[in-house]
Design a protein around this ligand. Structure first.
Ligand code: HEC
Length: 118
């Protein structure tokens, strides 16, 4: 009986921790994203148009772009310098972080608005 109760008590904790792994570590990603703000703006929304917006982009697009800077397939001296010290897990976390930030000017591209039916 005691064992059953402790299992029931643990169940929500287990659910939360497996979600955290799947979604990447938000706290670590926030820390990793701090230097990016200098160019890509606070929360990935740059005010200077020479820097691409990160907020609201597809997660897999961001991850692939960062992976390519790291490996040299996509060449940009600035971004290569930022990606080189990161692990692939860091890159995955950063991609999830920027893709999930609210307030994107692009809107939510993964769920386009339904046509109005006119
Ligand atoms: C010193 C300025 C600067 C900083 C700091 C910086 N970036 Fe960039 N980033 C750029 C520039 C410039 C580009 C466009 C490069 C190109 O033409 O490929 C870019 C491109 C990107 C792209 C590709 C976007 C796209 O739409 O193709 C991603 C993703 C990205 N940066 C992520 C980051 C992340 C994450 C950080 C922080 C770890 C960061 N950047 C820090 C200047 C910067």
């Amino acid at each position: 009986m005691n064992r059953l109760i402790s299992l029931i008590a643990l169940a929500p904790l287990l659910a939360v921790s497996s979600f955290a792994v799947a979604a990447g570590n938000a706290e670590i990603a926030k820390k990793l994203a701090e230097p990016c703000a200098a160019c890509h703006g606070a929360d990935g929304n740059p005010t200077d148009p020479q820097y691409p917006r990160l907020t609201g982009q597809y997660r897999d697009y961001l991850q692939e772009a960062m992976h390519q800077y790291k490996t040299g397939k996509r060449k940009n001296a600035i971004m290569a310098g930022f990606m080189q010290p990161l692990t692939e897990q860091n890159i995955a976390d950063l991609a999830a972080h920027f893709a999930n930030l609210p307030g994107s000017k692009l809107g939510d591209l993964s769920h386009p608005a339904k046509p109005s039916g006119k």
